[in-house]
Design a protein around this ligand. Structure first.
Ligand code: WT7
Length: 655
C-alpha cells in the first residue's frame, strides 16, 4: 500500500457559514440540532431509527435493532416490508400521488414525466410480467439500460417481487456484462434497444446479445427489451424463444397483480459490482430495510429535500449514486427527480444549465470531474441561463479541489447555495460524511462531518488514531444500517477486503485527515483502486485485460494526477518476445481494454518497457511507476521502450 497520497497537507483555511436564508428554514437549522441528532443516533440508535423510518410503511416493526458479529451486521430484524411500498404505494394515499416522480429529458430534447401513480402502475405491471416469466423472490435479474425512466421501473419491479437486481452500467462492454451475469447467475436480463450518447446511438441490446452468446452466461433464460429508440433508429435482432419486447409482455390492467411480496429487513435488495484491488469485480450486496433507512434519512437531511424541490442527481443509475440518490432515496421521500439521458456537453456546454432553467431545478448533485470540465469551458455557459431556482448544490465521487468548489459556489450557486460535499462508497450504500447544510460551516475540499450513526476515525495501520490534521487510514468503527452485508458468493473476500487491514474495524481504502474542528478531508484511495473521472477502476482489472492481449507479456496500471479527471490511467506494458511496439499497438491495446471492460476504462497513456520494476519478492513497484507516470506529463511518447529495470534496481530496497 502506498502512503504518498496521505502525507499531503492541504492549506485551505476558508470557511463559509451556512447561508442565513437557507438555515432559517432548513431541516437541521443549527449546529446544536445536528449535534443532538448525531448523539442520539450513536447512543440510542433504536429511538433514532424508529423515529426516522416511521413514515416508511413497514408491514411489521422490527424487534432487534442491530445484531453485530463482525463482519456481519443484521439490522432491524423482525421487520417486514416491501421497499416499493415505501417508495411508491405510500404516496398514493396523499397529494403526492399526482406529483411528478421522474421528469425525464432525452438527449435530443424529448421529455416525459411519470407521476407517482404512473410510476407505481408501470412498476406493478412489469413486476407482474416478470412473475409470469418465472421470477420469484431471491432470483437475480440483470438490468443493462441507459438513463431512461424505465430503468427505475425495472429496478422497482424486481424489488416488488423480492428479486435481486444487478444493474450493469451501460458503458460496460459485452465481456464485463457476461462476467457479472455469470457471477450472480441472473435469470433474466432487462435491456433496451439503444440510447443516445453525444448524438450517436449506443446499441445496448447488441452488447447483451454478444454477452449472451458466450457459455458463461447460460443462466439467462429470457431478455426483456424496452423499445426506446424504435426500429428505424436502432434495429435489433430478437432471438425467438429468448427475447421479449417489454411492451408486449406487460398487461394493461393492474387487476390482482398489485400485491407486493413481503420481504424481511435483511432480504437482499441488490448486488452492485464494483472494482477492488484484485481483477475480479466485487458483488456488493445490499439488503432491504437497512439500505432504505440509510438512503431515506440522508436524502432528506443532506439535500434538505422538500415537496417543492426539483432534484437532479446527474449520476448514471448504473453506479451506486444512481441507485441511492435517483431511485430509492428520493422516491422514499416523495421527491421530484429530473433524469437526463445524455452527455453534459451535448449539443454544447450549456446543456446542463438550460436543463436547470427549463425544469426549475432546485438541487443539483454532480461530480467534481464534471464541475472541472465546465469550469474549463468558461463562465459564459452558465451565464446564458437563469440558475436562480437552485438552492442547494452537491458534490460526490472524488475529492473536490478548492478551486472547483469555489467556481461551483460562485458561478453555479450564485454565492447563495450551500454546497454539500458527500463522501461515501458503493459499499456504504448511503452518504456517510457530508457538509451539513444549514447547520455547519463548509470548507472547500472537506467532506465535513459524519452522518447519523457513523463513527469514523483516522488511524495508523495498527489501529492507533493519528493526531488532528495528520494523514492516516479512514476507518469506520461501528456498523451502520446501509452497509454492505457481504460480497456475493465470496464472504471470505468480504472479511479480507474490509476488516483485515485494520483489525476489527471497516477500512474504507481511503486516506484522510481530520482537522481540529472534526472535519474530514478525504485524500483518495490508498489501495490499488483508481478514481478516473469519478469512475472506480481497479488496476488489476486493467492489467488482466491487457495481459489477455496476445502481444502483452506483463502490464501494470497506475494513476497519474490529472487536472480534469482527478486521476488519469497510465499503463506500463512489456511485450512478448518478437512483438514490436509502436503507435498501432498503442491503438490496438486501447481498443482491447475498451472491448474487455468498457470505453471509460481505456488508458490515457500506454508506455512500453522492457521489464517491469519488481521488488525482490516479485511485487510490482507501483510507487516507482507512479513517479515515472507523474514525472512525464506528455502522453505522446507512448512508443518508446523504457528501461525501468535500472530505476528499479536503484530503488529495490525501498518497498
Ligand atoms: C470512492 C468510492 C459514493 C458514490 C460514488 C463513488 C471516493 C467518493 C468522495 C468525496 C472524496 C470521494 C473515495 C471512495 N469518493 N466521494 N466526496 N470526497 N472522495 O462510489 O465508486 O464506490 O467509489 O470514491 O475514494 O472510497 P465508488
Amino acid at each position: 500500500m502506498s502512503h504518498d497520497a496521505i502525507t499531503s497537507h492541504l492549506k485551505e483555511t476558508r470557511r463559509f457559514e451556512p447561508p442565513a436564508d437557507f438555515a432559517k428554514s432548513a431541516r437541521i437549522p443549527t449546529r446544536e440540532a445536528y449535534d443532538a441528532m448525531y448523539k442520539e443516533s450513536v447512543e440510542s440508535p433504536e429511538t433514532f431509527w424508529r423515529r426516522e423510518t416511521a413514515d416508511l410503511v413497514l408491514r411489521t416493526p422490527w424487534t432487534t435493532t442491530l445484531e453485530w458479529k463482525l463482519p456481519h451486521a443484521k439490522w432491524f430484524q423482525g421487520a417486514t416490508l416491501n421497499i416499493t411500498e415505501s417508495c411508491l404505494d405510500r404516496h398514493l394515499m396523499t397529494a403526492t400521488r399526482n406529483k411528478a416522480a421522474i421528469i425525464w429529458e432525452g438527449e435530443l430534447g424529448a421529455t416525459k414525466t411519470l407521476t407517482y401513480a404512473q410510476l407505481h402502475r408501470e412498476t406493478v405491471l412489469l413486476a407482474d410480467a416478470l412473475r409470469k416469466h418465472g421470477i420469484v423472490k431471491g432470483d437475480r435479474v440483470a438490468i443493462y439500460m441507459g438513463m431512461v425512466p424505465e430503468v427505475a421501473v425495472a429496478m422497482l419491479a424486481c424489488a416488488r417481487l423480492g428479486a435481486v437486481h444487478t444493474v450493469i452500467f451501460g458503458g460496460f462492454a459485452a465481456d464485463a456484462i457476461r462476467d457479472r451475469i455469470h457471477d450472480c447467475q441472473a435469470k433474466i436480463v432487462i435491456t433496451q434497444d439503444g440510447g443516445y450518447r453525444r448524438g450517436s446511438v449506443l446499441g445496448l441490446k447488441e452488447a447483451v446479445d454478444k454477452a449472451l452468446a458466450q457459455p458463461q452466461a447460460a443462466s439467462v433464460q429470457k431478455t426483456i427489451v424496452l423499445q426506446h429508440l424504435g426500429h428505424d433508429r436502432c434495429p435489433v435482432k430478437m432471438t425467438e424463444g429468448r427475447d421479449l419486447w417489454w411492451h408486449e409482455i406487460v398487461g394493461e390492467s393492474l387487476g390482482e397483480s398489485r400485491e407486493a411480496t413481503v420481504c424481511e429487513a435483511e432480504d437482499p435488495l441488490f448486488i452492485l459490482y464494483t472494482s477492488g484491488s484484485t481483477g475480479k469485480p466485487k458483488g456488493v450486496l445490499h439488503t432491504t430495510l437497512g439500505y432504505l433507512a440509510g438512503v431515506h434519512v440522508t436524502s432528506k437531511y443532506v439535500f434538505d429535500l422538500r415537496e417543492s424541490d426539483v432534484y437532479w442527481c446527474t449520476a448514471d443509475v448504473g453506479w451506486v449514486t444512481g441507485h441511492s440518490y435517483i431511485v430509492y432515496g428520493p422516491l422514499s421521500n416523495g421527491a421530484t427527480c429530473l433524469m437526463y439521458e445524455g452527455a453534459p456537453n451535448f449539443p454544447d456546454w450549456g446543456r446542463f444549465w438550460r436543463l436547470i432553467e427549463k425544469h426549475g431545478v432546485t438541487t443539483l448533485y454532480t461530480a467534481p470531474t464534471a464541475i472541472r470540465a465546465f469550469m474549463r469551458q468558461g463562465d459564459e455557459w452558465p451565464k446564458k441561463s437563469d440558475l436562480s431556482s437552485l438552492r442547494l448544490l452537491g458534490s460526490v465521487g472524488e475529492p473536490i479541489n478548492p478551486e472547483a468548489w469555489m467556481w461551483y459556489r460562485e458561478q453555479i450557486g450564485g454565492n447563495r447555495c450551500p454546497i454539500v460535499d458527500t463522501w461515501w462508497q458503493t459499499e456504504t450504500g448511503s452518504i456517510l460524511m457530508t457538509t451539513v447544510p444549514g447547520a455547519a460551516a463548509s470548507k472547500p475540499g472537506s467532506t465535513g462531518l459524519p452522518m447519523f450513526g457513523v463513527v469514523a476515525d483516522v488511524v495508523k495501520k495498527d489501529g492507533t488514531p493519528v493526531g488532528a490534521g495528520e494523514g492516516g487510514m479512514l476507518i469506520l468503527k461501528q456498523p451502520w444500517p446501509s452497509m454492505l452485508r457481504t460480497l456475493w458468493n465470496d464472504d471470505e473476500r468480504f472479511m479480507k477486503s474490509y476488516f483485515s487491514d485494520v483489525p476489527g474495524v471497516y477500512f474504507t481504502g481511503d486516506g484522510a485527515r481530520r482537522d481540529e474542528d472534526g472535519y474530514y478531508w478525504v485524500v483518495g484511495r490508498i489501495d490499488d483502486v483508481l478514481n478516473v473521472a469519478g469512475h472506480r477502476i481497479g488496476t488489476a482489472e486493467i492489467e488482466s485485460a491487457l495481459v489477455s492481449h496476445p502481444s502483452v507479456a506483463e502490464a501494470a496500471a497506475v494513476g497519474r494526477p490529472d487536472d480534469l479527471k482527478g486521476q488519469a490511467l497510465v499503463v506500463f506494458v512489456s511485450l512478448r518476445p518478437g512483438v514490436k511496439s509502436g503507435p498501432d499497438l498503442v491503438t490496438a491495446l486501447g481498443e482491447h481494454v475498451a472491448k474487455e471492460i468498457g470505453k471509460f476504462a481505456r488508458p490515457d497513456a500506454i508506455r512500453f518497457t522492457d521489464s517491469l520494476p519488481k521488488t525482490r519478492s516479485g511485487k510490482i513497484m507501483r510507487r516507482l511507476l507512479k513517479d515515472v507516470a507523474a514525472g512525464r506529463a506528455s502522453t505522446g511518447d507512448t512508443s518508446t521502450l523504457e528501461d525501468l529495470s535500472v530505476l528499479a534496481k536503484l530503488r529495490a530496497d525501498e518497498d
